[in-house]
Design a protein around this ligand. Structure first.
Ligand SMILES: NC(=O)c1ccc[n+]([C@@H]2O[C@H](COP(=O)([O-])OP(=O)(O)OC[C@H]3O[C@@H](n4cnc5c(N)ncnc54)[C@H](OP(=O)(O)O)[C@@H]3O)[C@@H](O)[C@H]2O)c1
Length: 283
């Protein structure tokens, strides 16, 4: 049996998944780089010429697609050593104004999808008596902010799932961890789905949220790119044993740290000031 790790990654059409697939393939992994729309595979196929990287269809929202992709990887390589649950997107809007369908859709990908792929891969890893699973969580799994509360709640769920899975899977020699990127320069912001009410101009929260959105969509030039997350994934996969959490970026390290040691009253005041600032700034 070949010793090269066999790795399956979700959401590889752009951003963190794209860079992580390339990074691990360059480091000698056999990579199954999956994406829900294989028509987007051109740039990754071009960038990975000469590497052991294969693009597969996988939509984490669809149980049949998950089963098919995992079976195909197993057929191709005989095992899966590493799973990187990366697929995800961000809903934007006031929590009050999302419809049931919008809330379900956000949870479908970021939580149910992640658990669906994990549940498909875990039996294989248990049979192999080894494996590593990395969830791409977020700073938003440690702290919540106005406008992205729904997204934050899914990433908080990823944190909880990581801790439980980590304990449950350890006896089978399977390690589980969460990578927590802060602000990263990827198409994530442009791929955000705006709440219908906000998009149609019917939102009671429109003025401040549009400003929050604009600020979020224009990150400072110092914002790191997705290769920084890929390097941390690599670091986690080489660690013996793997830590539980891997923050990526200065914001992901320092903001939860400051939050932890700030009394609620002070933290609340800081955030309220910031939000009031958005209400007051000119459009
Ligand atoms: N960028 C940031 O600032 C940041 C910070 C913290 C955490 N993250 C997390 O990092 C992960 C990757 O995001 P990114 O920044 O690389 O953004 P991105 O460039 O928008 O990539 C998201 C990827 O997820 C895929 N995806 C969405 N829904 C899917 C589904 N149902 N099934 C399979 N794939 C699906 C997208 O595919 P399509 O091309 O088909 O849409 C795309 O490949 C996400 O989980 C995100 O929450 C990002």
């Amino acid at each position: 049996m070949e010793n090269r790790p066999v790795t399956l990654i979700t959401g590889c059409s752009t951003g963190i998944g794209f860079e992580t697939a390339l990074f691990l393939a360059r480091k000698g992994h056999r990579v199954f780089a999956t994406m829900r729309n294989l028509e987007k595979a051109g740039p990754l196929r071009e960038a990975s010429k000469g590497l052991d990287l294969e693009a597969f269809p996988l939509d984490v929202d669809k149980p049949a697609s998950v089963k098919k992709a995992v079976a195909a990887a197993l057929k191709g390589a005989g095992r899966i050593d590493v799973l990187v649950n990366n697929a995800g997107w961000g809903a934007f809007g006031a929590l009050e104004e999302f419809s049931d369908a919008e809330i379900q859709s956000q949870y479908e990908t970021n939580v149910f999808g992640l658990l669906r792929v994990t549940r498909e891969v875990l039996p294989l890893m248990r049979r192999q008596k080894r494996g590593r699973i990395l969830h791409i969580g977020s700073l938003a799994g440690k702290m919540s902010f106005a406008g992205i509360g729904l997204y934050c709640s899914t990433k908080h769920a990823v944190e909880a799932a990581t801790e439980s899975l980590r304990l449950e899977a350890r006896p089978f020699n399977i390690e589980v961890a969460v990578v927590e990127p802060g602000n990263i320069r990827t198409p994530f912001k442009t791929n955000r789905r705006i709440a219908k009410v906000l998009g149609e101009d019917g939102s009671a929260y429109r003025k401040p949220l549009e400003k929050v959105l604009r600020a979020g969509n224009n990150p400072p030039p110092s914002t790191p790119g997705p290769e920084k997350v890929a390097a941390v994934v690599w670091k986690a996969l080489r660690a013996e044993p793997m830590a539980c959490r891997y923050p990526v970026g200065t914001d992901a390290v320092w903001l939860p740290f400051l939050r932890r040691f700030m009394p609620d009253s002070l933290f609340d005041r800081v955030l309220r000031r910031r939000y009031e600032g958005f209400q007051g700034e000119s459009a």
